[in-house]
Design a protein around this ligand. Structure first.
Ligand code: AMP
Length: 416
């Protein structure tokens, strides 16, 4: 069994890790930490929940600490770029935790809030900067931030950067970064554009891959309820009363859907809060804190907002709406059962979503087990045809009759 001691960590970091109660390094930490410490570039295929933050934060802290004597400059030496504000805050907190017994300075910047307090902190000089792309470029443009002395660059959640349309910002950033640097690149999935981006950033990287997408599901108990759309809220309410006794993260596809669900739950006297991109940073942070402190049981989130939120030991995840991208399902259910804890992922699927479930099952290589007891089973489970909006054909004499005969055929089929 590999321990943190085996990884050659300096005492102050070792101590911080012990104080956090980490017993052993996770697989990505075991593989990445020694490679990063030896100066290699890294291509990490891993999602949140695998311990990937420590996999880059710990060796970067150690490298900076060891290089302190030769580089005393008051300039940013490590830059971590991540797509969302929540992730940025969490990564910064991780640097604080792992670097607790070191004197390295760190700061976090993100958009949607006034820049003044962030700039104040930067003016004091920081070694490590965690940033979202927009605010970073903004402050570079204002000559408040210089990347001249960057030695370590981490691009986190690269696939999400692409989804969120940050790719041009990243390309701009790459032109400014010093070419001589150590780079680490993390992405949960590696589609072609992401591989190309990685190739343009990394220099002979070591590849580290943990829990490939299709096998993540193994550690999580999954169940699916086939239910009519109108009954979804009733079913969720029933589950919250009968089965889900603790905190639960509920996913919707849209921001509107998230707010609507919070309102519907409110009417049923279930306190819930939503986090999504339309909420202010403060509202999102409050909702998250209330959820972490167990003041609210249900946190409703859209995929982008939830991405990377670090909630320890979350057991339940509910897909109130099924995602149309199979990888999103894997990300979502990966939010439950963190750091080895048991996780349960429950999906509520209506007629229109059945085809999404088929795609998901193909991706994860297994059938999602149907829930044993379903108090609101879908009516006409087999009959329901997928609704597809098609342009209305022009009503000519010919297709008027065709329509009639189709109708007859359907009636006949149904009655017999
Ligand atoms: P991450 O994938 O970086 O978001 O980390 C997921 C969660 O696992 C965080 O809550 C970390 O605090 C926790 N964690 C990271 N490394 C370890 C470890 N070696 N042992 C136990 N928990 C860990």
């Amino acid at each position: 069994m590999i321990t943190f001691k085996n990884l050659g960590l300096i005492d102050p970091i070792q101590k911080a890790v012990e104080e956090l109660g980490y017993e052993n390094p996770t697989p990505i930490q075991q593989e990445s930490i020694p490679q990063v410490l030896s100066g290699k570039d890294l291509l990490g295929c891993a999602q949140t929940g695998t311990g990937k933050t420590a996999a880059f934060a710990i060796p970067i802290l150690q490298l900076l600490e060891n290089g302190k004597n030769k580089n005393n400059k008051k300039s940013i030496k490590a830059l971590i770029v991540t797509p969302t504000r929540e992730l940025a805050i969490q990564i910064d907190e991780s640097f604080a935790e792992y670097g607790k017994h070191l004197s390295l300075k760190h700061a976090v910047i993100f958009g949607g809030v006034k820049q003044t307090p962030q700039v104040g902190r930067l003016r004091n000089g920081v070694d490590i900067l965690v940033a979202t792309p927009g605010r970073l470029l903004d402050l570079i443009g204002q000559n408040i931030i210089s990347l001249r002395d960057i030695e370590y660059f981490v691009l986190d959640e690269a696939d999400r950067m692409l989804d969120m349309g940050f790719i041009h910002d990243i390309k701009k950033l790459l032109k400014i970064l010093p070419p001589k640097r150590q780079s680490l690149f993390f992405s949960a999935t590696m589609p072609k554009p992401i591989q190309e981006l990685a190739n343009s950033i990394l220099n002979q990287p070591v590849k580290v891959e943990v829990t490939p997408e299709s096998t993540t599901a193994e550690t999580i108990q999954q169940a699916i309820y086939y239910v009519d759309k109108v009954n979804k809220i009733k079913l969720l309410h029933h589950l919250l009363q009968e089965e889900i006794k603790e905190s639960v993260l509920v996913f919707t596809r849209t921001k509107y859907g998230a707010d609507k669900l919070v309102r519907a739950l409110g009417k049923l006297k279930v306190t819930a809060a939503a986090i999504h991109g339309n909420k202010t940073q403060n509202a999102r942070q409050n909702a998250l804190n209330n959820f972490k402190n167990k003041k609210i049981k249900v946190l409703v989130a859209t995929d982008i907002a939830a991405r990377g939120i670090d909630i320890d030991l979350l057991k339940y995840v509910v897909n109130f709406e099924i995602p149309n991208i199979p990888e999103t399902y894997v990300h979502r259910i990966g939010r439950g059962g963190r750091a080895g804890a048991e996780g349960i992922a429950i999906s509520l699927c209506d007629t229109d979503e059945k085809s999404y479930v088929k795609d998901i099952e193909k991706t994860i290589g297994m059938k999602i087990p149907k829930a044993e007891k379903n108090p609101f089973p879908m009516e006409n489970f087999e009959l329901s045809p997928p609704k597809q909006k098609q342009p209305r054909p022009k009503r000519t004499e010919k297709n008027k009759t065709a329509k009639k005969s189709n109708f007859k055929h359907f009636r006949k089929g149904k009655n017999t």
